[in-house]
Structure formats: C-alpha cells, structure tokens
Design a binder for this molecule. Structure first.
Ligand SMILES: Cc1cc2nc3c(=O)[nH]c(=O)nc-3n(C[C@H](O)[C@H](O)[C@H](O)COP(=O)(O)OP(=O)(O)OC[C@H]3O[C@@H](n4cnc5c(N)ncnc54)[C@H](O)[C@@H]3O)c2cc1C
Length: 459
C-alpha cells in the first residue's frame, strides 16, 4: 500500500510533474489491449534516466512495493496491467535515439522510442529494424524487448531477440547492469541478455537498448494470392517454406478476416482464404521468386494471383493487415475479443487452422484466424459478450481448446504476445518441471517479488 511518504519520496526522485495519482492517469494505465479486467495502479511515475529508475526500484524493494513497467500499453495478454497496484513506471518519456552507428549497423535507444519512429530515422540512412509487429505505430522498443515481439517480417528476418546486442537493466535491487556486447556473436558466459529479453518486466527494467539493424532492400514486391479452399491456402504456405523460397512476409487471412478488412479498411478483396506475400531483394532475384511462387500457387488451386503492385498499393495492403485486430474489434462493438497466439511447426499450420474453423462451428462462436503463417503463428480472435456469462465461458473454453491443440501439435501458447496474465495457466503444461527453474531464477533476481507481480507464473 502506497503511503503519502512514499509519494513524497517518488517526488523527491523525479520531481512533482512526473508523479501522479490523478484518476485519469491511473485509469489510462489500468488496461492494455487484452480482454483482462482493468486494475488501477496506486501511483504513476515518469522517470527520465536510468539513475532515477534505479532509485525508484531500490526504494520500492526496501518498501516491498510492486513496480510495473509500462511502454506503449499495446500488449494482448495483460502483460503491463498492474494487478497488484503499486508503482506504475511509465517508460515512454525516455524516448531518445542516443546513437546511430552506421559503420556497424547498430543503434542505441532509450526504451520509449516507438518502432515506426525508429524506422523512419533509420530509413533515411538506408537501414531498418525488421520485426514489424502489427502494432508498429505504438509499440515501444522497450516493450518489444520485454515481450520479445516479432511480426510480419519474422519469417525472413527473425524476432526482436535476434537484434538485441546490449541492454542496460535496472535489477529489482536497484543495481544497474550492462548485458551483452557490440560483437555480433559471443560464447562468453551465460546468456543473461537472452534471459532479460521476453521476461515481460518481471526481472528488471530495461533503460537502454543497442540493436543490430540491417540494410534496406533494393526492391520490394508484394503478392496477393486468393484461394477457394482453406487447405489450398495453407498448403501454399507450407510449400513456400519447404521449397526454400525466401519471402520477407507470408500473412494468412481467413475468409472472415478478409471480410472485416474489406469493410473497415476499404479494400475490395475476394472474401475467401487469402495470402499476402512479400519479397525483399534485387530486381532479378525478386522476379524469379515471384514466378516460382506463381507456380506454387497455381499448383495449389490459387484462383487469383496479383503481383505487380505499386508502392502505394503495397502500403495499403500492409496497413490493412496491421489493422486486422482493429477491423475485427470495430466490427463487433461491445463484444470482447479473446486473443490466441499459438505458434506451431510449419507442417502443422494447416491442421491448426482447420481445427479452429471446426471449433468455431462446434462452439457456435465467431472465431477469426489470421497471422504470420510463414512462422506457423496463428492469431485467433474469439468473439463473445462478457454480459452473457454462458457465451463468455464458451469463448474462454474455445481459446483453451485452441491452445491445448496447439501444444499437442508441438507448438507454444505464445508465439509473440507473451504470457502476461491470460496465458499463465498454460505454462506448466508447456514447460513441465523446467518451469521450476524459471521460478528459481525469478526468486534469485527478485526475492521480494516486486517486479510486475502476478505475471507469467500462477504462484
Ligand atoms: C493491433 C495489435 C497488433 C499487434 N501485433 C503484434 C505483432 O504482430 N507481434 C507482436 O509481437 N505483438 C503484437 N501485438 C502485441 C504488442 O503490441 C507487442 O507485444 C508490443 O511489442 C508491446 O509493446 P508496448 O510498447 O505496447 O509494451 P507494453 O504493452 O506497454 O509492455 C509490454 C511488457 O513489457 C514490460 N515493459 C515495458 N517496458 C519495459 C521496460 N523498459 N523494461 C522492462 N519491461 C518493460 C511491461 O511490463 C509488459 O510486461 C499487437 C497488439 C495490437 C494491439
């Protein structure tokens, strides 16, 4: 429980303008983009340096006060929701790009830099940071590191983890540590850098990040491939990966997702299973890849294959794909979207999509299925109304069945959204007794359990 003297201490560290208990500020940091219930923090604090974060965390540790880092608030599993109250550490004002090292293709940033804004700066220099989450206009680099986010270009370029060179982290004790190096590879000791990435703010607060970036491609090409049958679309995804094609994105949208995308984003796509595919490379390479893709699509019964797109058309297409979540949301006002983020081995992707469609019929609920097909990552949005208790319970059960089926296919409960609150109960099922090792690490670094309590683990 935060007392008046705690608030005065926080003011002494960051100044009066950077501490708030106003209801509007508490409410604004009470819920992310998930379906989990809001929980208000007791105080919101906006630090501006690692030193301030260190003093806040050190004090909170002495007082046993919860500390919850918050970046863009766009998580889908309740990751930054302050379920135990306490101090909400709003990191988004630490948003400077500190250094762009063109010689080594590296960039050092504070955690509050927004993904799209970083790439706008990098693009001018012919470079980019590739993971491309659908929430690229709000996701902060700190939030992406903490969630190990990925996205549309992961199939070619990998996930956030693959790009983090160095981190400055404030540990739960308040100590500041520097992890990693600027070298592109290392075998020097345990991978503490890797441990922090994807730890969802439960092991420390990231205050500075050095990322590896890559050169921008010479040419980009996009393809829309339309299918009458679900199996034909998913078979094409498999064939693309299996045959060694090197797309920079393969996104799948089922019929329902195409329908709401048309309605909300002003597209005119045929409302059947569809793939958005992209290639990066030089002109000759891209032409060859697109032709090979055309053959694969035709062999799999593709009914419409559009390749020659202008840069403007491409932008519209990818913007529409990024907005899939919002297109579904705006098509069901008042309903709750229960998100799934199962990721399976590529040979099982078709079976997973099939399962979800059969389940939607069996449960008599709308379930949208779309996602980063080239990674085997299927996003599902199950639509239910909270005020209809029976329907809501059915929605939760449907999501539970999708997750368990994904695990049975050799997959993971969280391809990219993290565990947060909503997926905690599946951790034991996925990890078995190795979950105890994770808990022991948490206890070692955070013996008082102050960092983002209530997340990742059930107890
Ligand atoms: C429309 C939409 C599309 C999305 N698409 C994708 C997608 O394609 N791929 C994907 O991976 N995700 C996606 N997401 C989920 C989410 O946007 C990403 O995980 C995003 O990277 C989270 O960033 P954020 O800045 O909003 O972090 P937040 O949600 O604010 O926080 C994320 C986690 O990081 C912790 N945290 C924040 N800052 C720090 C810090 N400095 N130090 C330590 N911990 C910290 C928080 O406590 C929390 O646990 C999507 C979400 C939406 C709403």
């Amino acid at each position: 429980m935060i007392t008046e003297s705690d608030v005065q201490k926080l003011i002494a560290i960051v100044g009066e303008d950077n501490v708030s208990q106003r209801q509007a500020d508490l409410d604004a940091h009470s819920v992310d983009e998930s379906w989990v219930d809001p929980h208000i923090p007791e105080v919101v604090v906006w630090p501006s340096s690692a030193q301030q974060v260190s003093e806040i965390v050190r004090y909170a540790n002495e007082r046993r006060l919860p500390v919850v880092p918050w970046a863009g608030g766009s998580s889908l599993e309740g990751n930054p929701v302050p379920v135990c109250g306490g101090i909400l550490l709003a990191m988004y004002r630490m948003n400077r790009i500190l250094n762009i090292n063109e010689d080594d293709l590296q960039v050092t940033v504070e955690p509050g830099v927004i993904y799209d804004e970083l790439n706008a700066q990098l693009r001018r220099l012919g470079m980019f940071f590739p993971p491309a989450p659908g929430s690229s206009d709000v996701a902060n680099i700190g939030g992406m590191v903490a969630n190990n986010s990925s996205g549309m270009r992961t199939v070619k370029y990998g996930v956030t983890r693959d790009y983090v060179q160095r981190l400055e982290v404030v540990l739960p004790s308040g100590e500041i540590v520097h992890l990693g190096s600027n070298a592109i590879k290392t075998t020097s000791g345990y991978d503490l850098l890797g441990l922090m990435i994807g730890s969802e703010g439960t092991l420390g607060v990231v205050t500075e990040i050095t990322l590896r970036v890559v050169g921008a491609p010479e040419q980009v090409a996009a393809v829309v491939a339309v299918f009458d049958e679900l199996d034909d679309a998913t078979a094409t995804v498999y064939d693309c990966i299996r045959s060694g094609l090197d797309p920079s994105a393969i996104e799948f949208l089922d019929e329902g997702t195409v329908r709401v995308t048309n309605q909300q984003q002003g597209l005119h796509l045929r409302e059947t299973p569809t793939l958005f595919i992209e290639f990066h490379g030089n002109q000759a390479d891209i032409e060859e890849q697109v032709e090979y893709l055309r053959e694969l699509c035709e062999e799999n019964g593709c009914t419409d294959f559009q390749a020659a797109m202008t840069a403007e058309d491409r932008e519209q297409l990818w913007a529409a794909r990024s907005e899939a979540h919002d297109s579904i949301k705006f098509s069901h006002p008042g309903a709750v979207m229960i998100a799934g983020d199962v990721c399976v081995p590529i040979s099982k992707f078709g079976a997973l999509v099939h399962f979800v469609h059969d389940l939607a019929q069996r449960m008599n609920l709308p379930i949208y299925a779309f996602g980063h097909a080239g990674d085997g990552n299927l996003h599902t949005e199950t639509i239910a109304h909270r005020e209809d208790a029976e329907e809501f319970a059915r929605g939760i059960q449907a999501t539970d069945e999708i997750i368990k089926h994904g695990l049975a296919l050799g997959g993971t409960v969280a391809g990219e959204h993290g565990v947060g609150l909503a997926k905690r109960e599946y951790m034991a099922l996925e990890h078995g007794n190795s979950l105890e090792i994770m808990k022991a690490i948490k206890h070692l670094l955070d013996p008082n359990g102050i960092m983002n309590p209530g997340k990742v683990f059930m107890d």
